[in-house]
Design a protein around this ligand. Structure first.
Ligand SMILES: CC(C)(COP(=O)(O)OP(=O)(O)OC[C@H]1O[C@@H](n2cnc3c(N)ncnc32)[C@H](O)[C@@H]1OP(=O)(O)O)[C@@H](O)C(=O)NCCC(=O)NCCS
Length: 273
């Protein structure tokens, strides 16, 4: 089928959150219904239906400074290799172009095969790590960390002002901002595992110490999306029971607009950057 043929591309609404969750759950992703609501409420989510069933999505979430994050590129197993992802990402890029936005995304290996030919160029590499973490929880590390401190650090590392997004995460029940020795991180619920990130620190040792303190205060499985070039951090994680699940390739379409002053140790998640 040519990329322009086929069922129409629709703009989805907040009522599609559950249908979106069905698609991300089919792909074994960790997003919650609340995550979908962020994309549907604050961004533009394109979708394709087969009859009434939502079978493919792609989201564009605007960020400050003429940037946008593309994510939730999902095609149900029953509808792959028909060009649907290509058409939906094209729709996101067209929206970005009309609004003068540089687009970013964190690609799975399957996704990178779609985005490369569309003109995305690779930037940094990430590693998704998982810890089964069946231990008994100790008291959480005491912390006076604030959302202001987290978003200021996030701005230095991403070049984006994501105060609204990080505040929305932090206000969810189950979320907490933790800091110690100059390292700071957000922990939030996911569908199957809690997620640590973003995480900022001055040194790998303090980043690792914070992860270990968080780990000791949690009972269930944990995920972290570490920046691959933070080699000592990555080695410390794999040396303490974390296993690498998959790589992500960060890619950009359009000119680099964001000035970054520090490299994060872990990001907010591939769907948010
Ligand atoms: C990745 C995904 C979105 C692709 O959706 P799709 O609709 O099948 O993709 P398209 O049909 O537009 O593929 C376009 C091209 O990308 C490449 N491609 C797509 N999937 C591929 C795969 N699994 N392996 C290798 N190449 C692939 C091919 O070149 C393909 O063209 P072709 O079919 O003519 O050979 C889909 O497989 C999926 O939902 N996977 C699970 C979730 C995921 O990884 N999403 C990407 C997040 S970054």
């Amino acid at each position: 089928m040519a990329a322009t043929d086929g069922p129409p591309i629709l703009k989805l609404g907040v009522d599609d959150a559950i249908a979106g969750l069905v698609l991300s759950t089919e792909a074994h992703w960790n997003q919650t219904e609340e995550d979908w609501r962020i994309f549907l409420h604050d961004g533009v989510v394109f979708g394709i239906r087969d009859g009434t069933r939502l079978v493919a999505t792609a989201a564009l979430l605007p960020y400050s400074g003429n940037n946008a994050w593309i994510s939730m590129v999902l095609v149900s197993g029953t509808h792959r290799r028909l060009g649907l992802a290509t058409r939906l990402v094209d729709a996101c890029l067209e929206t970005a172009r009309k609004n003068g936005l540089t687009s970013w995304l964190d690609a799975t290996p399957d996704g990178a095969a779609v985005y490369g030919p569309l003109g995305f160029t690779p930037t940094l590499q990430l590693r998704r790590l998982k810890l089964a973490n069946l231990g008994r929880a100790e008291a959480p590390p005491s912390s006076s960390a604030t959302i202001d401190a987290l978003s200021a650090r996030d701005r230095r590392a991403t070049g984006f002002d994501r105060t609204a997004l990080l505040s929305a995460f932090a206000q969810r029940s189950g979320s907490r901002i933790v800091s110690a020795h100059g390292a700071i991180a957000l922990v939030r619920d996911g569908r199957t595992a809690r997620h640590i990130g973003p995480l900022f620190a001055d040194h790998a040792a303090t980043a690792l110490a914070l992860v270990h303190a968080i780990t000791r205060s949690e009972t269930g499985p944990l995920l972290i999306d570490a920046v691959a070039s933070q080699a000592a951090f990555l080695e410390g994680l794999t040396g303490s029971g974390w296993t690498i699940e998959r790589p992500f390739q960060r890619m950009r379409f359009g000119p680099a607009t964001a000035m970054v002053e520090e490299m994060p140790f872990a990001v907010a998640g591939p769907e948010f950057g």
